[in-house]
Design a protein around this ligand. Structure first.
Ligand code: SF4
Length: 218
């Protein structure tokens, strides 16, 4: 199977099995999605979804969050990982959006990455989910799953994976592909025990072709 054939087959299969994949983070506005994505770093979406309703209600706009201190935010997010740092990032993000971007979320990657708490991965999530851009956010799931399936070969870091995926996946499919790979990694192609026997792409997966089903289930 050529790399081109593998990409085409994976896209076709995921398009059939997950036609409308969505982020599992709950949000009501682009600003609130940004807060949720910042909170989700090294934390589960499930945990983030528990704390965000009260946070969103208390701080509905960038202006309302920019007007308080991290200590005011801490009680709302104390149960997520790294609450002190994240409280600072959330307030810093709100202040930057208000002061630098007139209260509006910017729609280019360089401006997004000027916001505290926003790295390349978070910026790409925002571009893909909010602005429907051909941006591929590479988290630990996307990085691992891409390599196992055979979409990347020997990728050394997330940026290399991002560039390879963006080069091979048609622009129109990239926002969906980001969710496909995350969800597949989260629920099927798990880090320690990939569930190959229940995987919809096992017949086109490089890892599967090199490992017996028995071995992959140990
Ligand atoms: S066959 Fe196994 S290794 Fe390949 S994508 Fe599916 S779960 Fe992952």
């Amino acid at each position: 199977m050529t790399i081109k054939q593998r990409y085409a087959a994976v896209i076709e299969r995921f398009a059939e099995t997950m036609p409308s994949p969505q982020t599992e983070l709950h949000y009501d506005t682009p600003f609130h999605l940004l807060l949720a994505v910042i909170l989700s770093a090294q934390c589960t979406d499930k945990r983030v979804n528990i704390v965000t309703p009260a946070l969103f209600e208390a701080f509905p706009t960038p202006e309302s969050l920019a007007a308080v201190t991290p200590d005011d935010v801490f009680p709302y997010i104390r149960s997520v990982s790294y609450p002190n740092n994240k409280a600072k990032s959330l307030v810093g993000a709100a202040r930057t959006i208000v002061e630098r971007f007139n209260g509006q979320l910017p729609s280019d990657i360089d401006s997004l990455m000027e916001i505290p708490g926003v790295g390349r991965k978070t910026a790409n999530v925002m571009l893909a989910v909010i602005f429907n851009r051909a941006a591929m956010a590479v988290d630990t799931h996307v990085f691992r799953v891409s390599e196992r399936i055979g979409l990347t070969t020997g990728s050394k870091n997330p940026l290399q994976t991002e560039r390879t995926l963006v080069r091979h996946i048609p622009d129109a499919d990239i926002p969906r592909a980001h969710h496909w790979l995350i969800l597949h990694g989260r629920y099927v192609c798990k880090a320690r025990r990939p569930d190959c026997l229940n995987c919809v792409i096992s017949d086109i997966c490089r890892y599967f072709s090199k490992n017996s089903p028995k071995e992959t289930q140990q």
